[in-house]
Design a binder for this molecule. Structure first.
Ligand code: NDP
Ligand code: MG
Length: 387
């Protein structure tokens, strides 16, 4: 019998949120949902509250929170904005907080949760890329653990279990390569939004789907792995694996390679992280080896996907380099989703934002947050000028 954990889910209405609810529903004896947050989709949030009997909710957008309070049952407590998310992340009775919000709004809630010694299951990669150094410092002084929930990082986490870190040589992140992995550069010039939103293997939120198509996602994941596993960037590699069955690998110093496999469904990684160190049966069937299948691997083509190199290089600028990459990418993807720029302009905007910024070093979190906001303003300006 597994000890029951109280879980808070920030980003309950999204793609990771939905997969998490599936895991919680399957294991209601082991997991008790006690707090949920969204940005604006309050109707869906209220539906989740009803189904899972959750009383503490946060609707981040203040105006929407007012609307939600008007229609909600009286016994629900609906908070808003960053404070509301922090209240949930630090709830006395919470054991684990799952960060499934897109973007960087959950940075402070994650840090405050760690201060209160909560376990943090982290699916969100933007906050680790923006503020990995500060998050890892907070982990060191917390009794709470940081549990990797992004599928590649959860795979590496599983592969590393019980290994002496000094015997681990390389971390090898697999990448599906996204919908344009077989496109020529010429074909990439005519990419439409609808093409970029069609991922061949994974069903995810819009932002990460575009990041996967541009391979910015894998760039973010390299930095994410660097922080999570304290591993040097030049020892983290990417390999294209179109089937998305091997979720990542580690290479030991003797050349042996250890991998983790499961279907391309986030329920596997999420369940591993939130039940850790326990294991229970999965809500989804696993890989069936009675059916023939092929596994392919090939190196990525960096000239077609410049976001990959831009992300790797970002650390050389200073400790704010990754924050610049992340901020410019978030703004560029948002502009692409609003039909303001072409797909191939995403890396151009990131590069131009780098060139427009100076002093890439932040001594504390406040100056990092200022840097991030400055990078966002510059990227927005660059897009305006393009038009
Ligand atoms: P979605 O866009 O599907 O969902 C985002 C969630 O975050 C929604 O619940 C949304 O609420 C909420 N949200 C957005 N902004 C805020 C805010 N300011 N405050 C509070 N809540 C907010 O994203 P995904 O689930 O795809 O991704 C979530 C994170 O997980 C991302 O960082 C992504 O990179 C990462 N990830 C996702 C994977 C996937 O398979 N989807 C795989 C690995 C990592 P609302 O519905 O109201 O907008
Ligand atoms: Mg991933």
């Amino acid at each position: 019998m597994v000890e029951k954990k109280n879980i808070v889910l920030l980003g309950a209405t999204g793609s990771i949120g939905t997969s998490t609810l599936k895991v919680i529903e399957k294991h209601s004896d082991a997991l008790n949902l006690i707090g949920i947050a969204c940005n604006r989709n309050y109707e869906k949030l209220l539906g989740i509250a009803k189904k899972f009997k959750v009383k503490k909710l946060c609707v981040y957008d203040e105006e929407t929170a007012l609307k939600a309070r008007k229609v909600a049952e009286n016994d629900l407590e609906i908070t808003t904005s960053e404070e509301g998310m922090i209240d949930l992340a630090t709830l006395e009775e919470a054991d684990i907080i799952l960060i499934a919000v897109v973007g960087v709004s959950a940075l402070k809630p994650a840090l405050e949760g760690l201060k209160k010694n909560k376990d943090i299951a982290i699916a969100n990669k933007e906050i680790l890329v923006m503020a990995g150094e500060f998050i890892m410092e907070a982990v060191k002084s917390s009794k709470g653990r940081l549990l990797p929930t992004d599928s590649e990082h959860n795979a590496i986490f599983q592969c590393l279990e019980g290994k002496d870190p000094s015997l681990v040589d390389r971390l090898i992140l697999t990448a599906s390569g996204g919908p344009f992995r077989d496109y020529s550069l010429e074909q990439m010039k005519s990419i439409q939004k609808e093409d970029a939103l069609k991922h061949p293997n994974w069903e995810m939120g819009n932002k990460i789907t575009i990041d996967s198509a541009s391979m910015a996602n894998k760039g973010l994941e390299i930095i994410e792995a660097h922080w999570l596993f304290n591993h040097p960037i030049d020892k983290i590699e990417v390999v294209i694996h179109p089937q998305s069955l091997v979720h990542s690998m580690i290479q030991m110093i003797d050349g042996s390679i250890i991998s983790q496999m499961s279907p391309p469904l986030m329920t596997f990684a999420i369940q591993n992280a939130i039940l850790y160190p326990n294991r229970l049966s999965s809500p989804d069937p696993t890989i069936d080896f009675t059916q023939a299948m092929e596994l392919n691997f090939r190196p990525p083509e960096e000239d077609k996907f410049p976001c990959l190199k831009l992300a790797k290089d970002s650390l050389q600028f200073g400790n704010c380099g990754p924050a610049a990459f992340n901020a410019a990418n978030e703004i560029a993807v948002d502009a692409f989703l609003r039909d303001q720029i072409h797909f191939l302009q995403i890396p151009e905007i990131i590069e131009q934002t780098f060139h427009s910024l100076s002093n890439f070093n932040a001594e504390n979190l406040d100056s990092l947050i200022k840097f991030d906001s400055n990078a966002r303003n510059l990227a927005t300006l660059i897009i305006k000028e393009l038009k």
